[in-house]
Design a binder for this molecule. Sequence first.
Ligand code: PLP
Length: 379
Amino acid sequence: MLEELGVRPVINAAGTVTVLGGCQVDDEVLDAMREAAKVYVDMNELHAKAGEFIARLTGAEAAYVTNGAAAGLVLSVAACMTMGKTDLMSKLPATDGMKNEVIVQWAHRNMYDYNLELSGARIKEIGHERWTKRTDLEDAINEKTAAVVHFVFDPQEGVLPLNDVIEISHERGVPVIVDAAAELPPKENLMKFVKMKADLVLFSGGKDIGAPNDTGIILGRQDLVQQCMRLGPHSYEKVDSKVRVYIGRPMKSSKEDILGLLAASKRYLQTDHEMRIREWDRKLQYMISELSECKGVNVRRFEPTVGHNRPACIPRVELEFPNSPTSAGKYAEEFKKQDPPIYAYVMNDKLYLNPQCLKDGEERIVVSSLRRLLSSHST
Ligand SMILES: *Cc1c(COP(=O)(O)O)cnc(C)c1O
């Protein structure tokens, strides 16, 4: 089919990014999706049982399958604003008269946080670009506060840590929503934030978990997860004697998605991640040693610290092009024009190669393409 369309598969040296389709979906997961494709089920029953399944896997009180962590942001804020009251639920995204503010640390502001406002909530920013003090949060919480939203990829020291956020919020009866969409590996993170007593925790299914890219998980408190489900795509409730759907309807997950996510999550927790890390390491070592011999480029192994926009424990190759009129961005563009096209990513005028999604042998293609590009620029 791709051939018929004229769409070429690309080499993914960027990681599990949505713009390249997320992740590869293994046969085991496809088998579960195929099973779902051939039958009809009661979707509310499937959701309930799927939630119990994920809850058992992760140790959470309850869980709900969404069609992405971003949908999880919308539903979880909607749940915290309406707390199961049908008259409020049916009004969203209009939020007059509701608790309709969500608190976010300035240092956590990111490209996804706007999705919080799709629910009808407004973001109330606290702290400073580089720091947040306890009093910033304490002073910001008031009768309009629906939830505090914590993004896990702490960009720097000085932000308020999750433990403090939870303590301060819970003292004031305010739930904490944790966006941990891309915080895998390590797989222990699937349990970690629930253990810390966050009220709702969101993960993407279509990043390292290896489920279809339009899946996600909400973990957390039974009552709030239940309300997310009621606001979700498969609920039909009577409001003023009329049946209607709620704000989650455009965020529909299919039976194929749900079973795919369950199979992928189960598999993910059984996977030997040490072996994956060794494999990434092998590809990395190869690329570094081959590229180190090239002129016009400084090559180094880069261990991202927490905050480097992707999971912290995946090392990558960092390439710098000193004294070159060609920027890292230009190299990245030319990389995309290779055959097969190669997608890497650029930050601060450096090019990064992430081994996470490279198939066996693709590291060789990356090296030879880059060699070719470098020599064409040196002449
Ligand atoms: C990827 C990501 C999202 C969006 O998740 P989807 O599963 O693609 O909807 C939200 N927040 C953060 C921090 C992410 O990295």
